[in-house]
Design a protein around this ligand. Structure first.
Ligand code: ATP
Length: 696
């Protein structure tokens, strides 16, 4: 219907704010169903129907009037605007306190109240409403409002942005359903303002203030104004971290004994530790922020902070000291932003002292390493084994192969042939060479001591046992090699125990209960004929098989006389060093004698003969002559040669004892136990005599 048509109708003039009910009565009385609403000046500002239709219009836009339903945001032509009863229904449904009436351009021109009063807005009010709406929409803070029933009536753009919800999805719904955490319902109940409350909505932390909306004393709604503080919170956490980091850095720098200074790109001091301040004689509070050149003499920190080139261990003169300093640029994102400087030594003298100390320590370390190696690792390697004879080359090659594995090795050979030299070489040539090389002389210890010597004992194992017990040789040889020398002299009772250990690869200390696992290689050696001993029941066959995995039979020296010259060369060098002589070599005649001799004591005997010769030589003599050899060696060719004897009784007795021992040893093929037996003395007594006469 057009305005022209309306104009033809029966019109009742009413005041703009007339109650609709009153208007309806007037219309009724006038017998008309529609009335235009005009203002005091008679300008048409809307119309009203008898049935309660309200059509609020702006007079200038009368031709194309329409209203907007703010609940649905739908703009409908004016003539199809809902009736008051329909609107009232919506009021009730949506719990809406008022219903704005807008013109065709969506501008509010009036408000329809729930109490049926239409309030038309003056131009000023219209402007205010527009402005207010614009302000609310432009706020950085989210704003949401509810009516007395908790229905959302306002949800601005910021609220949409913060919550991720659209106004459409929220307005018209109960706040508890769409924004469950807002507590606006609670504010409606209590009528109390809640200021700066923190809460979480849709992964954001917000800070919100909720206030009730009063109409007189009555709470007709509530409004919440909130702000996203997630970013703020992140910044706060970061700030806290930075603060902690700074304090850690400061403590770290402070804990340095050396002076530390940090400058920024412009060379200004940002940090300096107390140690440096003390050295410079300055107060920290006064120097922070000053240019480094004004605080530290001859500094180049500002240069490093500019050119980004590190200066390591430079000499810098500070307060009459030649200091050793280091300056390092601080680089951030590829750009030099400052420099850190450190006084490494407050005086070069300190560096020299330290360097001397270090050298001394290094020297001592080397010395002790060598001593340790000698004590535990043995000094011989395959390079120490002299012998180009075919037999020795062959033995050496087998020994080298044995060194690569972990199998038990049995070394056979007369006394002094070099069995221990081979054992040590195998150890040092194996992967166990960093572990210990532990030697046990099975013949030198009485039977009752051998067990504790090998396996150790626990505290209280026997009367007189050491507190805390004592580890045995097996334990000491852990991760290394145990060398069981003179295994043929091991008592049968011990052979049984050794067999068990070799079979099970574990043992217990004497008097102990804890089982100790074996991680070592066993090398055994003897100068005795084990097969003959087995026949006689003196050596256990099962133990022999356990030991005889790889066996090496070192040939006696008399079977490889071609090795004698090279051995003499090596031994002379060794003895020269030991006795501080400078003997050059051996005369041809002497060498002839040495090659002809039978050498029952093998290489050890050769070494003794040469050492004796060196001791007899005059200072001017450089070659060992036949007369420097002992009679027993010379006797080979000249049977009539007189035997040198001492000229007093004690000396004569000693000489005779020594000769007797050597003779018996020769007869016994170097077997000490056998020799002791022949001489009718105890084995340990025999060993003492060997030591006394320097018979090795
Ligand atoms: N082939 C060799 N090369 C260099 N030195 C050797 C060689 N054989 C033996 N020696 C030297 O001879 C001496 C005796 O060697 P070693 O102690 O190894 O003999 P052994 O057979 O174990 O003697 P024993 O049976 O009496 O224990 C050592 O001083 C060693 O330096």
């Amino acid at each position: 219907m057009r305005i022209r048509d309306l104009m033809n109708m029966n019109v009742v003039t009413v005041l703009p704010t007339m109650m609709l009910k009153e208007a309806a009565v007037i219309l009724n009385n006038a017998g008309t169903d529609k009335a235009l609403v005009v203002d005091d000046d008679g300008k048409l500002i809307g119309f009203i129907s008898q049935r309660g239709f309200i059509k609020a219009v702006a007079i200038s836009k009368i031709e194309d009037l329409c209203v907007q339903d703010i609940m649905t945001n739908r703009v409908v032509p004016l003539l199809y605007t809902k009736s008051v009863s329909e609107l009232k229904e919506e009021f009730t449904l949506n719990q809406c306190p008022f219903f704005p009436v807008v013109d065709g351009e969506n501008r509010p021109i009036g408000i329809l109240h729930q109490n049926d009063v239409v309030t038309y807005l003056s131009d000023r009010s219209l402007l205010l409403v527009e402005e207010t709406q614009a302000i609310i929409q432009s706020l950085y803070n989210g704003v949401t409002a509810v009516n007395a029933e908790g229905i959302v009536t306002l949800f601005n753009a910021a609220a949409e942005f913060i919550t991720g919800l659209t106004a459409d999805a929220v307005i018209g719904h109960h706040v508890d359903h769409v924004l469950p955490n807002t507590r606006l319902s609670r504010v409606l109940e209590t009528g109390e303002t809640e200021v700066n409350q923190q809460q979480t909505i849709a992964n954001c932390t917000i800070i919100t203030t909720r206030s009730p909306i009063f109409n007189g004393n009555k709470v007709i709604g509530a409004v919440a104004v909130f702000q996203n503080i997630t970013e703020l919170q992140t910044v706060a956490v970061e700030l806290e971290n930075v603060k902690n980091l700074k304090s850690t850095l400061e403590s770290a720098i402070e804990s340095f004994f050396e002076g530390i200074v940090i400058v920024d790109r412009s060379g200004k001091i940002t940090m300096i530790n107390q140690s440096y301040c003390d050295f410079l004689g300055v107060e920290r509070e006064r120097v922070i922020g000053l240019h480094v050149v004004d605080v530290i003499p001859n500094t180049r920190m500002h240069v490093v902070a500019q050119d980004g080139k590190a200066e390591i261990t430079e000499i810098q003169r500070i307060n009459d000291h030649n200091c050793v300093v280091t300056r390092i640029p601080i680089v951030k994102d590829g750009e030099t932003v400052g420099a850190v400087g450190k006084v490494v030594f407050k005086d070069v003298k300190d560096l020299k002292i330290l360097s001397n100390k270090l050298n001394k320590l290094e020297f001592e370390l080397e010395y002790y390493k060598e001593e340790l190696r000698k004590a535990y690792g043995g000094k011989y390697t395959f390079d120490s084994i002299i012998g180009t004879s075919e037999k020795m080359q062959w033995m050496k090659s087998i020994a080298m192969k044995a060194a690569k594995g972990n199998s038990t090795v049995l070394i056979l050979g007369e006394s002094g042939t070099g069995k221990e030299v081979f054992a040590q070489s195998i150890h040092n040539g194996s992967i166990r060479n960093n572990g210990p090389f532990i030697k046990v002389n099975c013949a030198a210890l009485p039977e009752n001591l051998l067990e504790t010597e090998l396996f150790g004992y626990d505290e209280g194992a026997f009367t007189g046992a050491k507190k805390g017990g004592k580890p045995g040789k097996f334990e000491l040889a852990n991760r290394g090699t145990i060398f069981l020398d003179e295994i043929g002299d091991m008592p049968i009772s011990m052979q049984v125990k050794l067999l068990r250990v070799l079979q099970e690869r574990e043992f217990e200390r004497v008097g102990g209960t804890k089982t100790i696992k074996l991680d070592l290689r066993v090398i055994a050696a003897t100068n005795r004929d084990l097969t003959k001993m087995i026949e006689k029941g003196e050596f256990r066959q099962d133990l022999y098989y356990r030991l005889d995995i790889i066996s090496l039979a070192i040939p006696p020296l008399r079977e490889r006389t071609e090795d004698i010259p090279a051995l003499c060369d090596m031994l002379l060098k060794k003895i020269n060093k030991r006795v501080q002589h400078d003997v050059e070599g051996i005369a041809a005649a002497t060498l002839k004698l040495l090659m002809a001799y039978k050498w029952p004591g093998n290489v050890r005997e050769l070494e003794n003969v040469l050492e004796r010769a060196l001791n007899l030589m005059d200072d001017h003599e450089v070659l060992i002559a036949p007369e420097h050899l002992p009679p027993i060696v010379k006797k080979v060719n000249k049977e009539s040669e007189p035997i040198e004897v001492s000229d007093n009784l004690a000396g004569m007795l000693d000489d005779t004892e020594k000769q007797a021992i050597l003779k018996v040893l020769e007869e016994a093929g170097g077997n000490k136990s056998k020799a002791a037996k022949i001489l009718g003395i105890h084995r340990s007594g025999f060993y003492q005599k060997l030591q006394k006469h320097n018979i090795k």
